[in-house]
Design a protein around this ligand. Structure first.
Ligand code: ZN
Length: 407
């Protein structure tokens, strides 16, 4: 028995005055119970570190530990309390577990690694033999630790973006460190207050002063919040959001025109939705000749498609000045085309042009966060729609925050 007790004391890293008093093995239910005792009349105050007299010991509690082979292993102990002259009666810190945790530190550290390596948290939970609630608390503690440890280092390039949350019209806003591909903070909503909260809790004041550029879509609440909180940053409207606006305009043009043609019994545009959404470089030979064929019919949608493709060259201009000239050339093409939806986009781009041209100073886009996007997509799919924003935030920061999570 002594040998087993010593063995477990070593595994747990326990030192005097902690002692493993007994180890019970139940082969029938594959379970090991380790009983630990505190054998000293004094201990250190968790507040000031002073050695104090032992006051009493709490009732026995249990912690789940790493399995021994396939045996579920639990640790049991009382928690000793000391009486400090200055701080009163306090529970001393236990060497094997964090405060309020039902798991030992080694178990939590292992669980975090399993969670990060697993495709789904359900699968990780099954592997570890713990339930959804336990997983959530382990992740929460890990994220709290990670955020507390995060150094306020300089972050030069920032991306801000919104994502849908739950079905319907609920949104969350994210702030990302573009250089290090990590999410810094997540808040609920996408209005002005949300943007301000996002910025101030993601970065401290000194960090905000150091930011050189912020990449965003053209939405007003974000613009206002950035002007307020980043005194030295350029706004750079995201290339990929702009492509999206152009793509949407093509799609809308197709829908309107298709409905009009159908009324006249013309089915030219039936089943062409995806044809127009792809870029030229992704089209098969067959699709390309289809587009050429439809182009001869003077359709609005093919004009829109051509204008969308034409805009791609904007991003390859040598510098700001050439880009501006190219934009003006494109703008004229849009005006003469007479395609209404494209004219709307052109007006929006004209209005924001100064902050679109800033792209040629920094070349930042939110595209790198594509990796993050697919991770967030997986988190969402995994949880089958979060009812609770807090849990969603925890998971995003757990998986995409690049935090130091281990206990
Ligand atoms: Zn004290």
């Amino acid at each position: 028995m002594d040998f087993t007790a010593n063995h477990y004391a070593q595994l747990l890293g326990l030192q005097s005055p902690w002692k493993v008093t007994s180890v019970d093995l139940d082969v029938g239910v594959l379970r090991v119970d380790i009983h630990v005792n505190y054998e000293s009349g004094s201990g250190f105050c968790p507040e000031c570190g002073k050695a104090c007299k032992l006051y009493d010991q709490s009732a026995k509690r249990s912690w789940r530990h790493l399995d021994t082979m396939q045996f579920a292993t639990h640790l049991h102990s009382q928690s000793p309390r000391i009486k400090c002259e200055e701080h009163g009666v306090k529970t001393i810190s236990l060497p094997w577990a964090a405060k309020h945790s039902g798991f030992t530190l080694l178990f939590e550290a292992f669980a975090i690694r399993v969670l990060q390596a697993s495709r789904s948290t359900q699968a990780a939970g099954d592997l570890l033999g713990i339930n959804w609630h336990h997983i959530q608390t382990i992740m929460e503690r890990a994220v709290q630790r990670g955020l507390a440890r995060r150094e306020p280092e300089e972050v030069a390039w920032i991306g801000m973006d919104e994502k849908s949350f739950r079905s319907g019209h609920n949104y969350i806003s994210l702030i990302n460190d573009l250089e290090n591909s990590r999410v810094l903070e997540v808040v609920e909503g996408r209005e002005g207050n949300a943007a301000s909260e996002l910025i101030t809790s993601g970065l401290d004041e000194k960090q905000r002063e150091m930011v050189c550029g912020v990449c965003i879509d053209m939405s007003a609440p974000y613009i206002n919040a950035i002007q307020e909180h980043f005194p030295h940053a350029d706004i750079v409207h995201d290339k990929f959001h702009i492509s999206q606006h152009l793509g949407n305009a093509v799609d809308k043009t197709r829908r309107i025109e298709h409905a009009k043609l159908q009324k006249q019994g013309d089915e030219s545009l039936t089943k062409t939705k995806y044809l127009w959404l792809k870029g030229m470089e992704h089209l098969s030979d067959e699709a390309l000749s289809r587009i050429k064929e439809l182009g001869r019919c003077e359709l609005e949608v093919s004009k829109a498609w051509y204008l969308k493709e034409l805009f791609k060259h904007f991003w390859n201009r040598r510098d700001k000045m050439y880009a501006q000239r190219y934009f003006e050339y494109w703008e004229k093409k849009v005006a003469t085309s007479g395609v209404e939806e494209m004219k709307k986009v052109a007006r929006m781009l004209r209005k924001h042009l100064a902050n679109i041209l800033t792209y040629f100073d920094s070349y930042i886009t939110n595209a790198f966060s594509e990796g993050i996007n697919s991770k967030i997509q997986a988190i969402k799919a995994n949880a089958r729609g979060f009812r609770n924003f807090k849990n969603y935030r925890t998971r995003i920061l757990f998986f995409c925050g690049k935090l130091s999570l281990a206990p």
